[in-house]
Design a protein around this ligand. Sequence first.
Ligand code: ADP
Length: 530
Amino acid sequence: LTELTAKRIPQCLTYDIFSGVQIQRGDKDRILAEAGLVSPKSQDPNQSLINSLKQIKGSNNDLNLPVNPLEALPMMDKFLQRTDKPTVFIIDHADVICPASMQGLNRQGEKVPSIALTQWSRNEAMRSKGHLVFLITRHIVDLDPVLLDRSFEAIKIRVPKPSEQERKRFFQKNGDTKSATLMSNVTAGLSHKDLAKLYHQTASASVLDDIFSFKRKVLKEEYADLVEVMETQRGFEAIGGLEKVIAKLRKIASNIRTGNTTLVPQGILFSGPPGTGKTIVAEAFAKEAGVNFVKPLDIQIMWLGESERRMTKFLDAIKDLAPVVVFIDEFDQNQSSRGGFEGDSGVGRRLFKKMLEIMSDTSLRGKILWIFSTNRPDLIDSAIKRPGRCDLIIPFLPPDKRQLTLICEAAFKQYPEMKSKVKNWMPYARKCEGYSGAQMIEVIRRAWERANDQGRKYIANQDMGWAYQDYQPQLQGKSDVKRMTLLSLMECSSRDLRPENWKEVIKKMFPKDSTKIIKFLEGGKHATPS
Ligand code: ADP
């Protein structure tokens, strides 16, 4: 801002709570005189503390201009009224001196700076001078809303994280033209400061793994209170079966990578019983598309109390992190899935509408992709399932024998340290028929533990036999799984996405009624279920 305004506005001062008022541009003596501050102030009892703080901060506030906002703002007030030259005044960390009132936390004194600021815009004499005041804050919702009142004539400007092009320019400018494209691809969500830090840290090595771990660390710290930034280590190779789903998602991932955003859905709903691979597929998809992968934290809390501020921060965060997959697990358990709390004061409803707006904002298509996961798609508000929000509803069915053998093989991609001498998984898949993918993987993990206990470096057939006998799957109502499977087939948005073996699955699950069910599912929307 200081540089940008330099050509047209002769005087520039800045203020932040740490360094106090500083003169960035203009005739210092004149400014001091106009501010009524000819002699350096020395009577401040906190002066020695302030001086040492300044030293630590490396501040150039050598003129001893006020640090305390209750002194700084009246001084600026005097100065802006007296001076006849247009002045830029930039207040950093404005939310510290003009905080949004938190219930019960607002003390009388806190309002003083906000009131001073709003008066500047109402003062005709001051306005005619052409002064320009900038307030800087990390989250606009942390700032006293009085300052955003329309009568104050403030304009809100959101400063986004650097775009892919800006990041590319940064890496090109710093010499590495060859890897600039790659580097800009994998650094979404990082600020200019982070990019510079990353560049210095990895300039010699420039290894992708280093970049990923750097990025994860920075994003985790920055957004720790809003989203969980997930690892995307496991790709599609670590998944067994689910061929149609993966083929579809591969196409979408490629469209995200190449910027073909019209071919990318706004949102996807994964529907199926627990342990069928919904989460791991979402992770692998984010990896394949090369985008960030996050889960909102405490989405429940977002619909209560301080939630409006939180929701705004959350939505800003995911825009910063774009391109990003936002994964919302067990969505049916979430109040938001049903349009907010019943009988609440309307906040839930309002926030729900806000989320729907973001979901259907087509300018975010291909940048923010929502993936919801559920085992009860019927409980989700149809406003979310409608095309333009969830364009795709993908069914995840329990694996059959063939798929279980593929899941066994995939286990070794998920845990590369595990080794095995087992050649044929079919006998175990047969024994484990009815298990979910998660349960099958657990049997293998136990076999590996057993092999280790026995001093073997490989899983042998006897370990599998033992693990199968030992494993006691958590009780899960068979009728629940049946119901969830049926629902996911019924709600699925495209018949083409049903797995090849869906009819066999139905026949196994509903031996008596399978003909009727299959007929109904083949009949699609026009048939009525009995
Ligand atoms: P869901 O989200 O459907 O409840 P998850 O994706 O969390 O299921 O599955 C839990 C674990 O089970 C995964 O981390 C993975 O190890 C394993 N798993 C489930 N399905 C598969 C599959 N099709 N291929 C490979 N692993 C699977």
